[in-house]
Design a protein around this ligand. Structure first.
Ligand code: SAH
Length: 453
């Protein structure tokens, strides 16, 4: 007789996989159980908290046998801030899991046959890699605290030293906290929407080690700002101190306007031989080391010979476009956010690249329009958001029929869906699939794929 699976009962489960959010996945016969705070390879005693027809949720009550892939996490606050789900999983295993995840999506969702997914390109030193941090500032038990929100809450967990952020951040946090406390500056409260200081954002240009400090305030002026500047200036890396004015009652972190308190209005980051202006509001990839690896792959996969016309769809501030422009005849970039297109144009100028043209608008509208007007492409690079490419864009790719398509994806499931269309409906074959680890210790995976006609 089949055992009936019941809520509140205890089961011994081996963790055989991990899900999107890093939760462990195990089985009781055919019944799938999702369990937070466990690792691939653990054998655990689980109490079921929710039971559905074919799956359920549980929590670990005892670690029976730890996974052989467990390692001492570097983070003292693991789990508290809700980030870095894989801290205690051996880095090699993280990379292998990411490769396997991409392979599973391509074969199961995309039904792509005979596909080889290359080993994930990881970091030599997978710590202190992020160039941007946004820390909420709130009063906790009568004290100013700067840190991260606890999962599903607005309570701030203080952060002193985060092992994926730049090491200078902890010194900046301390100085900002001292300043706010000493001068009794009012701190933002989510419920009343009162109080001045909301967030601390720190951006770093890794090549030059230039740092920008930005305080997000619920108002126009910051009292005693000269004292803050004096204190922060003592750290020679700090090249820019900015106020961001954000008076709306929304969980969005940044407002639209900034005032410079000290130094420059932006800092510069270098990826390969190219320089990019990083302003407080502009988007930039958060892992500069791996961004270079990813863009170099995009360039390799595009196999440019200096005669090609290239489209970069979903181009952001034109980073991939400019990388390609070093080798192509002409690069057209298209991006939905007009400010990003302005940045892209500035960045082209900054690097003396004159063979680029940028358009603000939806890729699925601009590319078909220009195609009708006679603009064709030898190669198209797409780097869409998580939801993948719009169907209209894929249909245009089919009729435009560029020789090569390079697909950069941050979600293997939508990548698989789009590759299914491109291979089965549009006559492309998948030549190479390369995962790149942009976010060590998280479940996120970046993949780059080369397709040809
Ligand atoms: N290639 C860039 C950015 C990739 S992120 C880089 O490497 O930095 C995806 C980008 O797609 C975002 O900048 C987002 O604003 C943009 N986007 C989202 N929907 C879009 C659409 N329908 N058409 C064009 N761009 C879009």
């Amino acid at each position: 007789m089949k055992e009936e699976i019941q809520k509140s009962q205890h089961y011994e489960i081996k963790i055989i996989d991990m899900g999107e959010g890093g939760e462990g996945i195990g089985k009781i016969n055919d019944f799938t159980v999702f369990i937070p705070d466990v690792l691939l390879g653990d054998r655990v005693e689980v109490c079921l908290t929710k039971v559905k027809k074919s799956y359920g949720f549980g929590k670990m009550v005892r670690l029976i046998e730890p996974s052989p892939y467990r390692q001492e996490g570097k983070c003292v606050q693991e789990k508290e801030c809700g980030g870095c789900q894989f801290q205690s999983l051996n880095y090699c295993k993280q990379l292998e899991w990411k490769r396997k995840k991409v392979e599973n999506c391509l074969t199961r969702i995309g039904k792509i046959e005979n596909v080889t997914v290359a080993p994930t390109l990881g970091m030599e030193e997978p710590y202190h890699y992020r160039n941007k941090a946004q820390y909420p500032i709130r009063m906790v038990d009568g004290k100013v605290e700067i840190g991260f929100f606890a999962p599903k809450s607005r309570r701030v967990i203080p952060v002193t030293d985060c092992c994926i952020q730049h090491p200078i951040n902890s010194q900046i946090i301390q100085r900002v906290k001292d300043f706010l406390t000493q001068y009794e500056i009012s701190i933002y409260n989510d419920e009343s929407h009162r109080g001045l200081v909301r967030h601390l954002m720190i951006k770093t240009g890794y090549k030059a080690q230039d740092v920008m400090v930005c305080l997000v305030i619920n108002g126009k002026h910051m009292p005693h700002s000269e004292a803050l500047v004096e204190s922060l200036k003592e750290l020679p890396e700090i090249k820019s101190i900015v106020l961001n004015h954000h008076t709306d009652k929304t969980p969005v972190i940044l407002g639209k306007d900034c005032t410079v308190l000290y130094g420059h209005e932006s800092i510069t980051e270098q990826i390969g031989d190219l320089k990019f202006k990083v302003s407080p509001l502009a988007f930039f990839q958060v892992n500069p080391t791996q961004t270079e690896v990813l863009y170099q792959k995009a360039l390799d996969f595009a196999e440019l010979t200096e005669d090609e016309i290239v489209w970069d769809a979903y181009c952001g501030i034109g980073t991939i476009s400019l990388f390609l422009a070093q080798k192509a005849k002409k690069v057209y970039g298209v991006e939905i956010i007009p400010e990003a297109i302005e940045n892209a144009k500035e960045n082209a100028k900054l690097n003396g690249l004159t063979n680029t043209e940028f358009y603000a608008g939806k890729a699925e509208e601009i590319i078909p329009e220009l195609y009708k007007k006679g603009v064709v492409a030898d190669t198209i690079v797409v780097d869409p958001p998580r939801k993948g490419c719009d169907e209209k864009l894929l249909e245009t790719l089919k009729v435009m029929a560029p020789q090569k398509i390079v697909y950069v994806s941050c979600d293997p499931a939508t990548l698989a869906r789009d590759l299914a269309y491109l291979t089965k409906e549009a006559g492309y074959s998948v030549e190479e699939v390369q995962p790149v680890d942009m976010f060590p210790h998280s479940a996120h995976i970046e993949t780059i794929v080369k397709l040809s006609k």
